[in-house]
Write a protein that binds this ligand. Structure first.
Ligand SMILES: [Cu+2]
Length: 454
């Protein structure tokens, strides 16, 4: 493996987008500085600077929280605060999150590290942080009222513990949990194995499944919604503005997916079969794995899967609940398939000349339509690919496998050009007459009465 310490500095591309709040450095020397992110771009991974080598994770439309070493302890500073999150171009939500964004930054560390995580509460109410899946002292578990006092607004608490196992974990409040998670407070916590030869990969992607209920034209999630969310996100981001997973051919790739929504999500990736190699409980032994093409991510859980990127192409990756690959829509839209709306259209156009009848032949026309939308809304389905509209939204992205991509390069290579003879296209030859199956005894009976079977 490449020694990633030689690559330090490769992450500087996005550094200008992360500003450092200086109050902590100047007024309280004991606190690490507070990095704040102001955009929804995917930042370059942060290569290890001390300790064992590891392949850092790439957080889709997110970033890794910088840390400092203080007498052998890794120190981080999370700030719980109201944030403005661009969920897609043209739509910003007023959420609660950490260090400027929702979801919060990914925390990355190594098995065996001792960490000290300062949590400053800039919310209007108290909060706490639970470190989901970790083995730690009871008093560090972050359940407000049970394991600690809630962190009042304006106060900073310190969590300190040893990372006794590697794997993929999450963090979220355990104070007014329903509200604070509905507002977007959550993040991922990655602990790399201290042995760099244990299950190494070339690319390691991570994202959180989350969901919001934000009416078109508004900015704040409806916090009482229990199941009927209208925005299904990866890291509080919606297709077509979720970044692609860029992979070099023959890379070993890991994808880690956490779920802090209120329902399960069968994440399906095209073009490959793969194996689940990690849950938030730990690594899955080789003998216990089985092949899949979709993995259900249960509520309050994480799954990581791995594959060898053998097949070039643009491969869809998405939640297989088809309503979760749609952006905001009214769920009470009536079904018009098969209905002739010609007459009613004429009537309505007398009152509203621009009226467009929709949905008689399905809803694919929504993908192409240039409709006027209320401010601060994304179309229900909207992406464009090399071959037309991609009639998707929400929990959808593309795994782009290409030859010749440099290690550490995650920039979008554009659309895949299918080699000649490998792309579905129009058939222009003759089509046979239809053959109707009518009677299991005679099997085939053609209509009209010119049965070829004699
Ligand atoms: Cu889903």
């Amino acid at each position: 493996m490449v020694n990633r310490r030689q690559l330090i500095g490769a992450g500087a591309a996005g550094a200008a987008l992360i500003s450092t709040n200086s109050w902590s450095a100047t007024t309280n020397q004991s606190l690490p500085e507070t990095p704040i992110k102001t955009t929804a771009t995917t930042e370059q991974p942060v290569n290890p600077s001390t300790g064992p080598d590891y392949q850092p994770v790439v957080t889709l439309n997110g970033w890794t929280l910088p840390w400092r070493m203080n007498n052998g302890v890794k120190e981080y500073h999370l700030v719980a605060e109201p944030v403005e999150r661009e969920m897609a171009e043209g739509m910003t939500a007023y959420l609660w999150g950490y260090n400027g964004q929702s979801t919060g930054p990914t925390i990355e560390a190594v098995e065996g590290d001792r960490v000290r995580i300062f949590v400053t509460n800039k919310l209007p109410e108290h909060t706490s942080i639970h470190w989901h899946g970790m083995i730690l002292p009871s008093g560090m578990d972050g359940v407000g009222g049970l394991s600690q006092e809630h962190i009042p607004p304006g106060k900073t608490f310190a969590y300190e513990f040893d990372l006794v196992k590697s794997g993929t974990f999450m963090y979220h409040p355990h104070s007014d949990e329903m509200v604070q998670m509905a507002m977007g407070m959550m993040g991922m916590f990655i602990i790399h194995p201290k042995d760099p030869t244990f299950m190494p990969v070339d690319r390691d992607f991570v994202f959180m499944l989350n969901a919001f209920d934000i009416d078109p034209g508004t900015y704040v999630p409806k916090i009482m919604t229990m199941t009927d969310f209208n925005l299904w996100c990866w890291n509080s981001r919606l297709f077509p503005d979720i970044d692609p997973l860029v992979v070099a051919k023959d890379d070993r790739v890991r994808v880690r997916v956490g779920n802090l929504t209120m329902t399960n999500h069968p994440i399906h990736m095209h073009g490959y079969d793969f194996e689940v190699t990690c849950t938030d409980g730990g690594w899955v032994p080789k003998e216990a794995r089985w092949p899949e093409v979709s993995i259900d991510i249960p509520v309050g859980a994480m799954r990581a899967y791995e594959f060898d990127a053998k097949y070039l192409g643009d491969w869809a990756i998405h939640c297989h609940k088809s309503h979760h690959t749609m952006n905001a829509m009214g769920h009470d839209v009536p079904t018009f398939i098969g209905v002739d709306k010609t007459k009613i259209t004429q009537q309505i156009r007398k009152l509203q000349p621009e009226y467009m009848p929709m949905g008689m032949a399905g809803m694919a026309d929504m993908g192409e339509m240039e409709m006027e939308l209320p401010d601060n809304t994304v179309p229900m389905m909207t992406g464009w690919g090399a071959h037309g509209p991609i009639e998707m939204g929400g929990m959808f992205s593309v795994v782009k496998v290409r030859e010749g991509i440099q290690s550490g390069d995650y920039s979008d290579p554009g659309w895949y050009e299918n080699p000649p003879g490998t792309q579905a296209s129009e058939w222009t030859g003759d089509l046979p007459e239809p053959v109707y199956v009518t009677d299991p005894q005679t099997r085939y009976t053609a209509k009209p009465n010119n049965n070829k079977k004699t």
